[in-house]
Design a protein around this ligand. Sequence first.
Ligand code: PEP
Ligand code: MN
Length: 661
Amino acid sequence: MIVVLSKDITTHDKEMILLYLRDRGFTPREQTLGDDAVIGASGKGSVELRELSLLPGVERVAATSKPYELASRESRPDDTIVTVGGEGGLPAVKIGGSRITIIAGPCAVESKAQIAETAARVRESGAVILRGGAYKPRTSPYAFQGLGMEGLEYMKAAGEACGMPIVTEVVSPELAVQMRDLVDMFQIGARNMQNFELLKKVGSLGKPVLLKRGPSATIEEWLLSAEYLLASGTRDVVLCERGIRTFETYTRNTLDISAIPVVKGLSHLPVIVDPSHAVGIRDKVSQAALAAIAAGADGLTVEVHPRPDTALSDGPQSLYPEQFEKLMRDIEALSPVVGKELLRTPRKGAAIGAAKRAASEPAAAAPAPAELPIAFCGEAGAFAEQALMRIAGEDAPRLKTESFKGIFDAVLEGSARAGLVPVENSLSGSVHENYDLFLRYPDIVIAGELKLRIVHCLVADEQATLESIRVVRSHPQGFAQCRDFLDKYPQWTHEASATTASAVVSIARERAPHLAAIASDAAARIHGLKVLREGIETNPLNYTRFLVIARRPPRADDSRPTLAQVPALASLAFPAPNKASLAFGVLHEPGSLSECLRILSEAGINMSKLESRPIQGKPWEYLFYVDISLPESEAAFAAAMEGLKKRTREFHFLGAYHAAA
Ligand code: PEP
Ligand code: MN
């Protein structure tokens, strides 16, 4: 049983709770769970839970039915998000929640040059934490045992040079103390999962810990080892499935994919997967890695070596950097399908060219302070809010607006540092209102893009059933996207609401069993309603494209929009731009549009979207909205933009930004 204490509890009240528990036959222990101070109570005592929960200083009581208490989902219903790094100039990398976090590096640190080269390569492909063994527990005493503290120093330096926190295996309690100041995250290796003295020592050091599953450990044994770490004081534990020993000999181990959803149900701790040690065969590692992401893993730890054939350990399972790059691209494409976002952290001066760097580095104009909120339209639980959290994190300050225009206003006035606007749905097409707003707000530019998978749910009050429902509320898009489902219930009336989330809010207020909403499961959770049916959209390939908008920094020469004028949102880690959006009106003469397209094609610029929109206030005049990919050559791009300006009646450069696959 876990008693979660209120933040402002007095010493006296805490003593009374401890006494209360002891009197009733429990052994209470003061512990921490995430951000909460808790009392864990074990033993054969019995207690009236309601009475206990009413004692002064008690926030809530969780009756855990599992032998592991602190690690159990019952003790903490929300996902734990673990932070690694964040000190000494390193980014704070998060694991858990709606992000996918990739750890990569060699099996072992072999030399200063090898770890530096590997770090740079995996960073370039998007890994955010560097792995590598300095102390290697090898099956054979004659195999390479690692470079020890010297290797750790090399690894720390490589991590610092690339802006990556490091994770490395610790094999004894004595070494844990020696290594503490150099590591950002300790790894407990599979062979040491039940080395309880090691767990206790490492847990007491307070650093995040990556706990590998033992080759023969059951899920319960694994979670009990996590309990050792949590009970010794650390709050940041990440579980790592790395394959278990079965009768199969073709692969090095057997990747227990089913453990991922099972453990995520049993525990609030993040779960990542090590496909390298699980499979042991280089050419099969990426498939297993993608399966792990599809099964709900919060990330991966992958072995990568610049020259695997010469690796001192685990060469046969180490990916070539090119294979890792391909895997990262596949993960980026897969992430929205499972409702997650591949985590990026800002790079330190990636050498891609001044203009392309502009979107990930502070601009000359004062960058917006990270504490300022990001604006979105709608209520808590709106799809736009999910998009916002993907980009800026669950705890990012946010500003709700009542209209799309409100987002543009907030960003322009400076009450928000950025905004999130939906511009296109893969089923229903463009959100024209926002395209028009770009023209009305010339000082707003596009700084980023995110594709969110839209999964609609039928949301209702606790007592409601499919039979009791008579009225369904949603945004018109919600109805349009769930047409097949709704056709089965012709007796239901449909009431339009401003957003899907506002439909949920109205039902949470009225709490009547005949009402339901079509909205996200997040909106249902946040507003205390239940999901009656999940995934009711007609076509599961339903994505909405959101654009991140920001204020255009002041520029000297207003007539020449170039990539370098894109504002920076330093703390939102967008990779280098690969796409730009333009809007232009062509001259009234034959061939004028084809002339513009010729300029693009001759510059080697690929066009991904072309749409015409009526110009407001000018009947029968149209503007073309064009999305293009950025060519390698900046000069070619600038010349093409210059050419377009000359051949058009009006020309707007809406921004250059990174678009995921
Ligand atoms: C490793 O990650 O380097 C390692 C030795 O893994 P495991 O403990 O899972 O065998
Ligand atoms: Mn290895």
